[in-house]
Ligand binder design. Structure first.
Ligand SMILES: [Zn+2]
Ligand SMILES: [Zn+2]
Length: 84
Protein backbone atom coordinates (compact mmCIF):
# COMPACT_ATOMS: atom_id res chain seq x y z
CA UNK A 1 0.00 0.00 0.00
CA UNK A 2 3.01 2.31 0.54
CA UNK A 3 4.40 3.89 -2.59
CA UNK A 4 8.04 3.53 -3.53
CA UNK A 5 10.27 5.75 -1.42
CA UNK A 6 12.84 7.57 -3.54
CA UNK A 7 13.80 10.17 -0.94
CA UNK A 8 13.49 8.49 2.45
CA UNK A 9 13.26 10.44 5.73
CA UNK A 10 16.66 11.66 6.82
CA UNK A 11 18.03 11.65 3.28
CA UNK A 12 20.49 14.45 2.61
CA UNK A 13 20.88 13.71 -1.10
CA UNK A 14 19.28 17.01 -2.12
CA UNK A 15 20.56 19.14 0.74
CA UNK A 16 22.35 22.35 -0.21
CA UNK A 17 26.10 22.64 0.42
CA UNK A 18 27.17 23.95 3.85
CA UNK A 19 28.64 27.07 2.25
CA UNK A 20 25.19 28.06 1.01
CA UNK A 21 23.29 26.96 4.11
CA UNK A 22 25.54 29.24 6.20
CA UNK A 23 24.16 32.22 4.27
CA UNK A 24 20.50 31.42 4.98
CA UNK A 25 20.41 32.39 8.65
CA UNK A 26 18.25 30.80 11.36
CA UNK A 27 15.59 28.57 9.92
CA UNK A 28 12.41 27.33 11.53
CA UNK A 29 10.90 24.50 9.61
CA UNK A 30 7.53 22.85 10.03
CA UNK A 31 7.01 19.99 7.62
CA UNK A 32 3.96 19.95 5.40
CA UNK A 33 2.91 16.69 7.06
CA UNK A 34 3.07 18.14 10.57
CA UNK A 35 1.58 21.45 9.45
CA UNK A 36 -1.39 19.51 8.10
CA UNK A 37 -1.56 17.47 11.30
CA UNK A 38 -1.74 20.68 13.37
CA UNK A 39 -4.56 21.91 11.13
CA UNK A 40 -6.31 18.61 11.72
CA UNK A 41 -5.96 19.15 15.47
CA UNK A 42 -7.95 22.37 15.08
CA UNK A 43 -10.47 20.61 12.85
CA UNK A 44 -10.90 17.94 15.53
CA UNK A 45 -11.67 20.64 18.11
CA UNK A 46 -14.32 22.06 15.80
CA UNK A 47 -15.72 18.65 14.83
CA UNK A 48 -15.56 16.45 17.94
CA UNK A 49 -18.08 14.06 16.38
CA UNK A 50 -15.68 13.12 13.57
CA UNK A 51 -13.92 10.15 15.10
CA UNK A 52 -12.03 9.48 11.85
CA UNK A 53 -9.96 12.65 12.18
CA UNK A 54 -7.59 11.68 15.03
CA UNK A 55 -6.31 8.70 13.04
CA UNK A 56 -5.67 10.90 10.01
CA UNK A 57 -3.86 13.41 12.20
CA UNK A 58 -1.66 10.71 13.72
CA UNK A 59 -0.81 9.39 10.27
CA UNK A 60 0.23 12.86 9.10
CA UNK A 61 2.58 13.28 12.09
CA UNK A 62 4.00 9.83 11.39
CA UNK A 63 4.70 10.76 7.76
CA UNK A 64 6.91 13.69 8.72
CA UNK A 65 10.34 13.49 7.09
CA UNK A 66 11.90 15.32 10.06
CA UNK A 67 14.52 17.21 8.08
CA UNK A 68 13.89 19.78 5.38
CA UNK A 69 14.71 18.27 2.00
CA UNK A 70 16.94 21.14 0.91
CA UNK A 71 18.23 22.80 4.08
CA UNK A 72 18.35 19.90 6.54
CA UNK A 73 16.52 22.02 9.15
CA UNK A 74 14.66 19.79 11.61
CA UNK A 75 10.88 19.92 11.86
CA UNK A 76 9.82 22.03 14.85
CA UNK A 77 6.55 20.19 15.45
CA UNK A 78 6.01 19.37 19.15
CA UNK A 79 5.26 15.77 18.19
CA UNK A 80 9.02 15.17 17.84
CA UNK A 81 11.31 14.77 20.84
CA UNK A 82 13.35 17.97 21.09
CA UNK A 83 17.07 17.44 20.58
CA UNK A 84 18.23 20.39 22.70
ZN1 LIG B 1 4.23 16.49 13.98
ZN1 LIG C 1 7.39 16.94 11.93
Amino acid sequence: MEEEVTNPPGSTSEQLPDGILALLGPRTYLSTACETALLLTKAIARNPDRDDLPGVRDRMHARCRLNHKFTGALCSCPCHPQAD
